[in-house]
Every structure is written in structure tokens, then in C-alpha cells.
Design a protein around this ligand. Sequence first.
Ligand code: PEP
Ligand code: MG
Length: 362
Amino acid sequence: EPKLSGNFGKLMSWADEIRKLKIRTNADTPHDSEVARNFGAEGIGLCRTEHMFFEGDRIKAVREMILAEDEAGRRKALEKLLPYQRDDFYGIFKVMHDLPVTVRTLDPPLHEFLPHDEASQKEMAEEMGISVEEVKAKVEALAEFNPMLGHRGCRLGITYPEITEMQARAIIEAACQLTKEGIKVFPEIMIPLIGTKAELEHQKKVVVETAEKVMEEMGVKVDYLVGTMIEIPRAALTADRVAEAADFFSFGTNDLTQMTFGYSRDDAGKFLKEYEEKGILPDDPFQTLDQEGVGQLVEMGVKKGRSTRPDLKVGICGEHGGDPRSIDFCHRVGLDYVSCSPYRVPIARLAAAQAELRNRKK
Ligand code: PEP
Ligand code: MG
């Protein structure tokens, strides 16, 4: 794996002496975690769990869960996923020993796990021993006009708490196992797409009850936190209330930008180029944080959150976490850390130091 050495390593260590912001990484494999750690990441700020659901046999169990007719059926399928998830988290926690790892519960709409073209639908039907019509019917039943504003994030976990339960179990089982082996782990379980405190409370209860049960079964205690993404404007506006149920906040500025501007994050490219050319918007707000609008929500979220919980840990894990100009803003509003992709960690370390120096001069 690449490591920072020589003059570049020295420059980085100078940056580290100066910066106040911590730098974490967005990673969901042991390999990416290791790359980021070698680049100086001080933890994982976002471990997305959706990619883990696609590999090998897992997708079959995921599809069984989606096709199941009742909770018992879903639980049976989730039981098959549990060992895979436990291994996933075990591997990542081990690489990131001594550092915090924020794991996010399942986020995407379930239709993303089903095939949408005829040939793959046929293949899935054969593999699962059902008819193509059944597959098509499920795809149709899950179709939404606006899936990114639809049945995803915590809404999934609230509808199907057994999914959150399986993931919380996998996280805490892996953490207990490593603790028994003498390896220090700091899991932080993060609930996505919260708009109200009640949503977070619902999911937190599932997580805490599961964690307590697992720790009793395994006879070890682990320190874990439960927190939330702040990526819906309403969550930022009501952050003082949301903070009553959260140990930490992480701003998901991809979704927050989408919902503040009302630009689809998947389609905005079609007109944003022209906006830039015509001077309507100087920067792509999905690349550089829009300080005037989205930034106000971030700043408000930090202030309101800390008015309830002065010790609230606050970070950012959207794409902006690796952009120098956005990092400067994150420094000014008092975030504890930014989280970015592994290869942007060195730039983020430098940008965080520059932000501190720029700030001192004023
Ligand atoms: C975000 O919305 O900013 C975020 C980090 O989550 P995702 O991109 O997975 O929606
Ligand atoms: Mg998001």
C-alpha cells in the first residue's frame, strides 16, 4: 500500500501539528481502510453498508429478504446475511484498531437490489426457483417516482426493524470479538436520512436493545455511540431536538445539497454546466459546499445541536469533506472532523492546516 514518506511525509506532519480538524475517511472495505490509514486517516467517518450486500451469495439472501412475505421470512433471510456482515465489520474494525469507525445502517431503496433488465430478471427467477412474473411484480411493487426521496434510509429501518437489528448485531458481535482479542474498537452506529427526532429514537431503541443483548451473550462490554446523519433540511432546522437522541451528528452534504436546492443529485449535471457558464451558479454545489444556503443549515445544525449537547461530536461525510474550500468552511463552523475518500486524506490534512492558519491571521 502507498505510504507517505520523505519530504511529503514531513510536510504532512507539519500540517498535523497545526490543524484543529480531524480527518477521517469514507471506506467500506478493509483494503480502503488500510489505504486511508496509511494516508493518515484518524478513523472512518462513513462506512456505507450497501455495497456489502451485492457480493456473491449475499445478494441472493438480500433478494430472499425482499421477496419474503412476512417478518419471519425476512428474519430467516437476514440470518444468512449476519455472518457475512459480522466478517465485514470485523475486518474493518481490525484495520482501524484504536480509531473510531462510523457504520451507517442500510440506506438505499430496496429496488436497487433487484434486477431491472429482462435477462437478469430471468436469471434471478431461475436462481431463486420462482417465476419471472414474480420477480417483475416485486420490481413493480417497489417502483417509486422519486426513489431518492422515497422508501430509503431510516424509513427502511422503521418499516423493517429486523434489518437494523441484524446490522447492529453484526457490528457489536464483531466489536465484542475483537475486544476479547485485546484489540480496541470504537464503533459508532449511524442512522441515515433522519428528519425528526422520533425517527432517530425509534432506530436508536432497536440498536441499543440489540447491543445490550449481544454484549450480555458474549460477556464483554464495548463502548459504542449511536448518532445520526444530518442530511434533510428539517433535521438541521430541528437539530436541538434531534441532539437529545444523538451522541454525534454527521452532515451528509450530498443529500443536504440535493434537498436544499431541490436539484436531483443524479441528474443535476444536465443543467449545472450551463448554470456555471451563464454565471447563475459559480460553482457546482455538489462539489464545493454552497456556504450561502447549505452552509447556513450546517452552521445552524452545529449550533443548535451543541445547544442541547455541548459535547456533541460533529463531522461531515458528504463529497465536500475532501474539498479544500469546503474544509475551510467546516473549520470555521467548528466541526470536529471531515471525512473523505481515502485518496483525498492527504489534501484534507493540508487544507485543514491552511484553514487554521488563515483563521489565525484574521
Ligand atoms: C450524503 O448524503 O452526503 C452522504 C454522505 O450519503 P450518501 O452519499 O451515501 O447518500
Ligand atoms: Mg445521504
